[in-house]
Write a protein that binds this ligand. Structure first.
Ligand code: ZN
Length: 464
């Protein structure tokens, strides 16, 4: 685009959105061009901060007319680089279009604007006796619009599903400014294509999500957290079957491999260490219950642990007796200590649950065969078939992390897994989309993209 065109577009945007709604040049703060835990990248052409649906629509219509790329932005907590803009693109930040429009207690729904911070929404629905099905570590800064655009997974997926499963109604704005969708509150609505699903998980490449109707869950009264050791992988699978059968309110089923447990327990100052680091597996199970009688729930959990021990499925077990103890078990599982590993590369992949340990063994051996001094750690939300891998090399190969990515993702492809479990494809995993999706699927994605965004202005260079 020529300089005159750029000036004309910025003028028109400024006039329509006001000085708070259109920020350009040196006035753009680094948070709009910095990904989570990374150094700032290039400053975008402008940051648009619409305060209404009409603002979003007009901003998109203008950018569409000028053919300028638009990168929708939420709380910037994604890990796939999906919300970073280039120097000739504009950021569309939904932060000013926030707040809860309605909580409908009869329908059990909340109508919320895209820029609302997840934690704000969680607190608001709790105050009126409900619970939101979605929860993730970034709750204090991530926004609902971003959660839906990336179909975030989070901590409670085995209980309530992923972001997609919370949505009853959705409103989005297309590349040319057309507002589509509606605020449906009904569970059953089979009148034609379910268009909202196209936008959820599309990472802002098909439209910009502005509002959503989410279903609400009954309030959770208490949580019960246990850590146990498991002698082999077959018992882990049997425990998963038994947990679902006897503890239907299970909300987390998280596994740590010994390399992860050993590293975290050795490198987290002040951490309470429940067991020695010489066991095969460490399994964290949490139940979140709607039953107001916490003692009954704790006793039921304890009875299960007794049965599992008798059956030889678990070795040692500790059931947290206080919130502080539960937090300590989670601190161990969250394992922030691994962030200190040199040149750490994190992977977020999915694999069929029965084959996860086989994959881990193969991945560990293949990495060590290629780089003998590699340090790898494995842990994950295995009840969701989601595995996290941390790979650390004292020195990265000349190609950077790409060679490590290619090795790990090739094994994921072989095992029939997915290269992205919860963070999407963004910019980081574009080269590997075809490891998980067939050529026919990718062609269909391109057909959808060109039908909805013929000029290719929505989040260019991401996903596809
Ligand atoms: Zn995770």
């Amino acid at each position: 685009m020529s300089t005159t065109d750029t000036a004309a577009l910025l003028d028109a945007l400024r006039q329509r959105l006001g000085p708070e709604g259109c920020v350009a040049g040196a006035d753009i703060g680094p948070r709009y061009f910095t990904a989570y835990n990374e150094a700032p990248v290039c400053r975008p052409l402008a940051v648009l901060r619409p305060a209404s649906i009409d603002d979003v629509s007009c901003a998109l219509a203008l950018c569409h007319r000028f053919g300028v790329g638009v990168v929708p932005q939420g709380g910037m907590t994604g890990l796939a680089g999906g919300a970073l803009a280039g120097a000739d693109e504009v950021v569309l930040a939904l932060e000013r279009f926030n707040g809860i429009e309605e909580i409908d207690a009869a329908a059990g729904t909340v109508t919320v604007r895209a820029g609302t911070v997840l934690q704000t929404l969680q607190q608001a629905v709790r105050e009126v006796g409900f619970e939101l099905g979605l929860d993730l570590g970034a709750r204090g800064s991530c926004q609902i619009g971003g959660n839906l655009a990336t179909n975030a997974g989070g901590n409670r997926a085995i209980r309530f599903g992923v972001a997609r499963d919370q949505v009853l109604g959705l409103e989005a704005v297309l590349a040319d400014g057309t507002v589509v969708g509606g605020l449906n509150k009904m569970l059953k609505n089979n009148a034609g294509y379910d268009l909202k699903q196209m936008f959820i998980g599309s990472e802002g490449t098909l439209g910009v999500i502005t509002r959503a109707v989410l279903r609400l869950q009954p309030k959770l009264h208490s949580t019960h957290t246990c850590l146990c050791t498991v002698p082999d992988y077959a018992p882990v699978i049997e425990l998963w079957r038994r947990t679902r059968a006897s503890l239907s309110d299970v909300s987390s089923f998280e596994l740590m491999w010994p390399d992860f447990y050993r590293y975290v327990t050795a490198h987290t100052p002040g951490l309470e260490i429940p067991f020695a680091a010489d066991e095969v597996f460490y399994l964290l199970i949490e139940c979140a219950t709607t039953n107001p009688d916490a003692e009954v729930c704790a006793a039921r959990f304890e009875a299960c642990l007794g049965e599992w021990f008798e059956a030889g499925l678990i070795g040692d077990a500790v059931l947290a007796g206080s919130t502080r103890q539960a937090e300590s078990l989670w601190r161990l599982r969250e394992g922030l200590a691994i962030d200190a590993l040199p040149n750490l590369i994190n992977y977020d992949v999915s694999l069929p649950i029965g084959g996860i340990d086989g994959f881990v063994q193969q991945c560990r051996a293949t990495l060590a065969g290629r780089w003998p001094a590699v340090q790898s750690v494995f842990f994950g939300h295995i009840g969701d078939s989601n595995l996290h891998i941390g790979v650390s090399l004292a020195e990265l190969p000349p190609s950077g992390g790409h060679e490590v990515d290619a090795l790990v993702y090739a094994l994921v492809r072989e095992a029939g897994g997915s290269v992205s479990a919860e963070h999407g494809i963004g910019r980081a995993k574009r080269d590997f989309l075809d490891y998980t999706r067939s050529p026919a699927e990718i062609d269909l994605m391109r057909t959808l993209k060109s039908a909805l965004d013929p000029r290719g202005i929505l989040n260019p260079g991401k996903l596809l």
